[in-house]
Design a protein around this ligand. Structure first.
Ligand SMILES: [Zn+2]
Length: 307
C-alpha cells in the first residue's frame, strides 16, 4: 500500500524517574524484564549528583542526607544503562541536579534541608505528617540552577556518551527562574504545569499555550496533549502512574491520546513499582493493553518533541 494511505502511528514513550548513583540495576531490571523485548524504549531520567533518600514515597518518614554522589561513580549502573542505550532500548534524560528537598517550619525564617536532624529539631511530631516539601528547582536561585543544570547535563553526556536534551523537574515543580535556566541550557521539559501555577515569561508563546491549556481543560477536562512550543524550549505532558492511579484511568487517557493522534508519555518510578506489586500489576496490564494496538511506535522521549 502507498504511504499516502498509511495511518499515522501514535508515539508512545516511558519515562522512569529518579535513577541515580544510589540505584541498583537489578531493581530496574525486575520492572522491565519481559518488556524490553516487545520493543519498548525507556527514557531514564537521571539525577546527576544525587543526595541519598530514605523512605522514598512515605510522607512523614521520608528524609535525605546532604552528600552528593555522581551517577558516573556507580560503575555497575553506568555499564547497565550504556548496554541498554546501545541496543536502542533506553535513553538518558536529566532529572534535576541533586534532587534535594527543603521544608519550611512555622515561625522560623528560611528553609531547612530535609535531613533527619533538621526534621527532629524544627518540627513537632504532629507537624511531620503535614510537612510541605519544596523541590530543588523551586528553592534554588536562578544563577545556581543555571550552573548546576549545565554541569549536570555535561556529566550525563560525558558518562553515557550521548546528547541529553530533555529535563524532568524534580517533584514536578519548577520556578520561573528554573525554566529560564533549563531552556538556556538547551533542554526541553517533560511534564506541564497546572494552569493555576502559570509562571512562564509573559510573551506570545506563553499566552498562546495558556489559552490552549485552558481550552482543552474547559472543552474536555484534559491537559493539552501535544507538544507546546515556548520559543526557547518545548514542553510535553506526561501521564503518571502513582499509587492511586487505576488501570481504567490510564486506559482512558491513552484512548483519548490515541483518538487525537497525540503522543503518550507514561511516567513511572521503578523504585515504586519494584516494591509495590499492585502498582507493578497495573503497569504490566496497561502495557499489555497498549501492545494490542497496531500503529503504535515506541520511541525515546526526546524524539517526541520534533525538530
Ligand atoms: Zn524525582
Amino acid at each position: 500500500m502507498s504511504n499516502l494511505f498509511k495511518i499515522p502511528e501514535m508515539n508512545f514513550a516511558i519515562r522512569d524517574d529518579d535513577i541515580s548513583y544510589w540505584t541498583n540495576p537489578s531493581d530496574v531490571e525486575s520492572v522491565y524484564s519481559g518488556i524490553w523485548e516487545k520493543g519498548v524504549v525507556v527514557s531514564f531520567s537521571v539525577i546527576p549528583f544525587a543526595v541519598r533518600s530514605f523512605y522514598l514515597g512515605e510522607r512523614g518518614k521520608f528524609y535525605q542526607d546532604e552528600t552528593l554522589r555522581a551517577a558516573g561513580e556507580n560503575g555497575e549502573l553506568v555499564e547497565y544503562l550504556r548496554g541498554k542505550t546501545a541496543k536502542g532500548s533506553a535513553s538518558i534524560i536529566l532529572h534535576g541536579y541533586s534532587h534535594q528537598y527543603k521544608f519550611a517550619a512555622a515561625g522560623k525564617p528560611g528553609y531547612f534541608s530535609l535531613t533527619k536532624d533538621n526534621i527532629e529539631k524544627h518540627l513537632k511530631p504532629m507537624q511531620v505528617g503535614k510537612i510541605i516539601y519544596l523541590s530543588e528547582y523551586r528553592w534554588k536561585p536562578y544563577e545556581q540552577l543555571k550552573n548546576e543544570t549545565a554541569k549536570g547535563k555535561k556529566h550525563l553526556e560525558d558518562t553515557f556518551g550521548r546528547k541529553v536534551d530533555v529535563f524532568v523537574p524534580p517533584g514536578n515543580d519548577i520556578s520561573r527562574g528554573g525554566i529560564k535556566a533549563v531552556s538556556e541550557c538547551g533542554l526541553n521539559v517533560s511534564g506541564t504545569m497546572r494552569i493555576m501555577k502559570f509562571n512562564r515569561k509573559i510573551d506570545f508563546y506563553s499566552m498562546r499555550n495558556c489559552a490552549l491549556k485552558l481550552f482543552w481543560r474547559l472543552s474536555c477536562n484534559r491537559v493539552y496533549p501535544c507538544v507546546m512550543d515556548y520559543g526557547s524550549h518545548r514542553e510535553l505532558c506526561a501521564y503518571g502512574l502513582a499509587k492511586k492511579t487505576t488501570l481504567d484511568e490510564l486506559k482512558k487517557s491513552f484512548l483519548f491520546c490515541f483518538k487525537k493522534n497525540a503522543p503518550f508519555v507514561l511516567a513511572v518510578h521503578h523504585w515504586e513499582l519494584a516494591k509495590n506489586p499492585p502498582m507493578l500489576e497495573v503497569f504490566k496490564r496497561f502495557l499489555d493493553f497498549v501492545f494490542t494496538f497496531r500503529d503504535i511506535s515506541f520511541k525515546d522521549l526526546e524524539s517526541l518533541y520534533g525538530g
